[in-house]
Design a protein around this ligand. Structure first.
Ligand code: CUA
Length: 337
């Protein structure tokens, strides 16, 4: 082979590799990893991408060079010379990809094993999916339950995921992993947050009309701030019914949909909770029973003018003391309001 040909091949290969590398590097394909697991997955992605860019540059260079160099003249209708293949080349283009694919599978296997390993010291959070909301319960903290996932920085977390109705799937893009939420079974996802911030929690399994709005946030906090948050919540939950009920109300995002003067919330998606006594009368039920039923079984009575199946059924899964506190809080603040 002439030296000039090798130089031409090299130049084409470098240009193609450069273009592919620029597309890989400068297009923001994926969020910056916010967990140790996502960092490892990122490594596998780059490992594979670099191999792909190299193969693309090599194959592309040979193709372009051949098209330019061995092009037949316009009036040449002859068959090409018969070719018998090249054993050496065939061995190379079989062995090299086999070695590369094996390398990718070994690296992936190591990452999967590492990502699946859960250290003895870890936080457990139960994740419960329901059409169309998420709820998070901390068994290590007296079953504190919230609608927003809060995690301490650098602490491995075992997310214990299930669903109360249909298939959903838990996904925080910045954590790099997805896990299905399946009714009647429990799936685990290990996450070790590495970056303080607020990240979207997305349902990534088509689960019904509200699938697109089945979102909340994962907030990664410093361990100190996380402890302070837990302490504050536990103090409120252990405190007088008003404080406990308000904590449950705030934690579960009730104010996003409901108006309640006592809580300072002005949501208009659902009925006005300042008017609960009047609604109970309309429904023909004692106020406290009506409030409890509306929380644990929202479909039992739909306030006139509001669509059914909008209020999530997740709240039935709140620990009993938290439901009691919320009921007391709503009863007393709506009477006062
Ligand atoms: Cu839940 Cu999609």
């Amino acid at each position: 082979m002439r030296r000039g040909s090798i130089v031409q091949l090299l130049v084409i290969g470098v240009v193609l590799g450069g273009i592919a590398a620029a597309v890989a590097i400068f297009v923001p394909w994926l969020p910056t990893p916010a967990s140790r697991e996502a960092g490892r997955i990122d490594f596998v992605i780059w490992f594979t991408t670099i191999i792909c860019i190299a193969v693309f540059a090599l194959v592309g260079a040979v193709m372009i060079y051949s098209v330019l160099k061995f092009r037949v003249p316009d009036d040449d209708d002859l068959d090409g010379p018969p070719i018998h293949g090249h054993t050496g080349l065939e061995i190379v283009w079989t062995a090299v990809p086999a070695a590369l694919v094996t390398a990718i599978s070994i690296v992936s296997g190591v990452v999967l094993a590492k990502n699946d390993h859960l250290p003895a010291k870890h936080l457990t959070v139960q994740v419960s999916a329901v059409q169309f909301a998420w709820s998070f319960t901390y068994p290590g903290y007296k079953n504190l339950t919230t609608g927003t996932l809060r995690l301490p920085l650098h602490e491995p977390v075992d997310l214990v995921i299930t669903s109360k109705d249909v298939l959903h799937s838990f996904w925080v893009p910045d954590f790099g992993q997805k896990q299905d939420a399946v009714p009647g079974s429990i799936n685990h996802l290990k996450v070790t947050p590495t970056r303080i911030g607020t990240y979207p929690v997305i349902c990534t399994e088509l689960c019904g009309l509200g699938h697109a709005i089945m979102r909340t946030s994962a907030i990664v906090m410093s361990p100190g701030r996380f402890k302070a948050w837990v302490a504050e919540q536990q103090k409120a939950l252990a405190g007088p019914p008003g404080a406990a009920g308000k904590a449950v109300y705030d934690n579960n995002g009730c104010g996003a949909c409901h108006t309640l003067t006592a809580a300072g919330s002005k949501g208009t998606v659902g009925p006005d909770l300042d008017k609960l006594p009047a609604s109970a009368e309309e429904a023909g039920k004692p106020l406290e029973d009506f409030v409890r039923e509306s929380i644990v079984d929202p479909a039992a009575y739909i306030a006139p003018g509001y669509p059914a199946n909008v209020m999530p059924g997740t709240f039935a899964g709140l620990p009993k003391d938290q439901i009691d506190a919320l009921v007391q809080y709503l009863v007393s603040s709506s009477k006062g309001g």
